[in-house]
Design a protein around this ligand. Structure first.
Ligand SMILES: Cc1cc2nc3c(=O)[nH]c(=O)nc-3n(C[C@H](O)[C@H](O)[C@H](O)COP(=O)(O)O)c2cc1C
Ligand SMILES: O=C(O)C(=O)c1ccccc1
Length: 388
């Protein structure tokens, strides 16, 4: 039986033939390489966060104060990393978080398709962002047999919102993930100092420009008057959602609805009462609000409040060890953002797939050494808060 950890043997084996990995296997070196390779405007948008980036830094740092407990004399010669989510069995708990700038992270400007190919290669689901350089239908086709999820930025215009959801359902996505924390952009000094916001330069707006309901809002098609189309996008981009919108959202689709950005137990309980099928505990990687608590420290409370409803998690996951820790704290599935996008920027689909394989190999080997043959065992072992 093949294991994700076998990637390690493959690397050492290649070393015997004088071949070392083209991309690093750790996040710090990967980020360093991406810093050198990316155009400054893309890098600052991708790497930066809100305010002085306290929350962003805390997201990653806080994983350090959670510790795992090894269990010995357990037969871990076979590991099963699979999880059940929304009636599907997925091979691993990992997924690619929605990153609305994937499109411009590859030189061909089709980074969304490269991310989808990485998903097809690895079996790690992609949560496709509303912000994309390729229409959601083309992204869905590129996923192959790997299930995908669609992340919705809910437009103010009801017709465009409904059209996006219906298109996602028709294209075969398995859930609609509604992002709650980004109807307005957080204060991002790196981008502000460079006066750079990619969407306002016309990037990653193809889901809107290809949408029949959006096109009806325009006097001329986007191909003829891009500036007016960008203006129409900016005008409709961010609907302020409240609980009163839940019946409407529910009425749009039979697909599971996941609410992204829930970090507080009462909000998780309310979301479930209002009909959400999944809770997504995330602080948007520290890009939206500064001054908050690290997302991983909010996870246990959200899990406790969510009962049997699945809890997806992201923000600050940088290694396979982080993946296992988030599982131990009760998350059902773990999203990763910047790390795979750096891989994408450095080597397209192969680069993103490399990053995902490294995360899975490290997680699998940690489970092997620590005596956790399944994800249920990881959860049962839990994680201990060790020091501040
Ligand atoms: C450049 C960039 C663009 C993002 N775009 C979106 C998006 O379009 N939709 C969304 O819901 N979240 C978006 N996010 C947030 C991610 O889905 C995720 O919550 C975050 O990146 C997780 O943190 P990490 O980068 O520390 O892994 C974006 C994040 C980054 C870094
Ligand atoms: O950059 C982001 O994190 C993001 O998702 C976004 C998208 C549109 C407007 C503001 C932020």
């Amino acid at each position: 039986m093949a294991h994700y950890g076998d990637f390690q043997n493959a690397i050492y084996g290649a070393g015997l033939r004088g071949v070392v990995p083209t991309l690093p296997v750790d996040f710090a070196t990967l980020e360093q390489r991406a810093r050198a390779a990316l155009p400054p405007a893309v890098l600052s948008y991708l790497q930066g966060g809100c305010g002085d980036e306290f929350t962003q830094d805390e997201n990653a740092r806080a994983f350090r104060h959670w510790g795992l407990t090894p269990r010995m004399m357990v037969d871990c010669s076979r590991r099963n990393l699979s999880i059940d989510l929304f009636g599907m069995t997925l091979p691993t708990p990992l997924f690619m978080a929605p990153v609305g700038i994937n499109g411009i992270c590859t030189q061909d400007q089709h980074g969304d398709l490269a991310a989808a190919r990485a998903s097809a290669i690895t079996g790690v689901p992609l949560m496709a962002s509303t912000l994309s350089n390729d229409p959601l239908e083309t992204v869905a086709e590129t996923l192959g047999d790997t299930p995908g999820f669609f992340q919705l930025y809910t437009p103010k215009d009801v017709g465009v919102a409904e059209s996006l959801v219906h298109r996602a359902e028709a294209a075969g996505y398995k859930a609609i993930v509604v992002t709650l924390d980004t109807w307005v952009t957080g204060w991002r000094p790196r981008d502000l100092n460079a006066a750079n916001f990619p969407q306002l330069r016309g990037h990653v707006l193809m889901n809107y420009f290809s949408d029949p309901a959006f096109r009806k809002l325009l006097a001329k098609p986007p191909e003829e008057d891009p500036a007016a189309a960008i203006g129409a996008w900016a005008a409709t981009f961010g609907r302020v959602l409240t609980w009163a919108d839940m019946p409407w959202l529910r009425s749009l689709t039979k697909l599971p609805i996941v609410l992204k950005g829930i970090c507080y137990p009462d909000d998780a309980r309310r979301a479930i009462d209002e009909g959400a099928d999944g809770i997504y505990c995330s602080n948007h990687g520290g890009r939206q609000a500064n001054g908050g608590i690290a997302a991983i420290d909010m996870l246990p409370g959200v899990v406790a409040a969510s009962g049997s409803t699945p809890v997806l998690f992201d923000s600050g996951v940088r290694s396979g060890t982080d993946v296992v820790k988030a599982l131990a704290l009760g998350a059902t599935a773990i999203g990763v953002g910047r790390p795979y996008t750096y891989g994408l920027a450095l080597d397209g689909a192969a680069g993103a797939a490399h990053v995902l394989k490294c995360l899975l190999a490290e997680a699998d080997l940690l489970m092997a050494v620590n005596g956790y043959p399944t994800i249920a065992d990881v959860r049962a072992a839990g994680a201990v808060r060790q020091h501040p």
